[in-house]
Design a protein around this ligand. Sequence first.
Ligand code: GDP
Ligand code: MN
Length: 320
Amino acid sequence: MPIRAALVALVRNSDLNGIRSTIRQIDDRFNRNYNYPYILLNDKNFTEEFKEGIYAITKAPVQFGTLPDDHWGLSPYVTEEKVNSALEYNKNRYIYGGSYSYRLMCRYQSGFIHKHPLLQDLDYYWRIEPDVDYLCDIPYDPFRYMRDNGLMYGYTISPMEISKTVETLWDTTREWILKNQDLLPDESFIHWIVNEKGVYTRCHFWSNFEIVDLSLYRSEAYESYFQHLDRAGGFFYERWGDAPVHSIAAALLLRKEQIHWFEDIGYHHPGIWHCPDKPEMAARCVCKNPAGYMYRSICNRRFGEVNDIPKSQALLLAQM
Ligand code: GDP
Ligand code: MN
């Protein structure tokens, strides 16, 4: 059975060069053998120049989409006045602290991208971004690997979130957990996100690369969780990213065996990279930077160390 999957990016017209570079690398490293479609989404209309620039770089099918109006915008639960003062307050506190459009992007990628009509018939998406590098040959089909192994979520980089961007994210999550106990699975990987003292670890999967079985985001539990977060206003009053939101949801709703570290997919996004250090993996890569970061990353190591816990214990952690 063919796999219904695509490589998906949200981009601006100004990202043409950056996404051309990414697509070229993915084609060279993997997709020239598979021809999975690229789906490019934009809150504005794509220019002809943009489309031509993409058609010129890949032989794979490409679909361009704009966003349904009600998917991109201010949450109905926040007020403009409070958002403006939050932007002012946070502008020098952290990166993108004063950016309104960045917040729209994070809210979109958290709550709406999986509802885009062009993704309707997909079972999996692989999220890609402009200006990233794929450092290693990928001599197999990661989508098939996900399917054959019953995987729901795949990542390559796992850092720790900047605390000031998520000051109330865990407290808001705890409220949701305690109010929606019936939506929780019997066992989950939540201990990766919250330690034995009930403290949020800020561990997350860097969602600029993620390969996901979309039934995770389409689930009743995920939608309920997103709605709860949206109501709390933190996408705007703070700067909750789609990475910590997706990651908390994955840890809360999945078991460890459903989550996979693609250690062999060397990857660079401005700021952080992952180069595999195992000789059989490293042989397929061109890494200008040393291997290392992901082997030292506290969160990636925690991923290896912690295990699933039963729902009763998850509830106790949420009550602390
Ligand atoms: P960072 O990785 O957190 O530094 O954020 P990026 O600037 O890379 O943005 C994440 C993704 O969202 C990239 O694919 C961007 O092209 C896209 N993006 C960010 N802001 C906008 C926006 O205002 N409109 C659109 N269409 N895409 C955006
Ligand atoms: Mn980026």
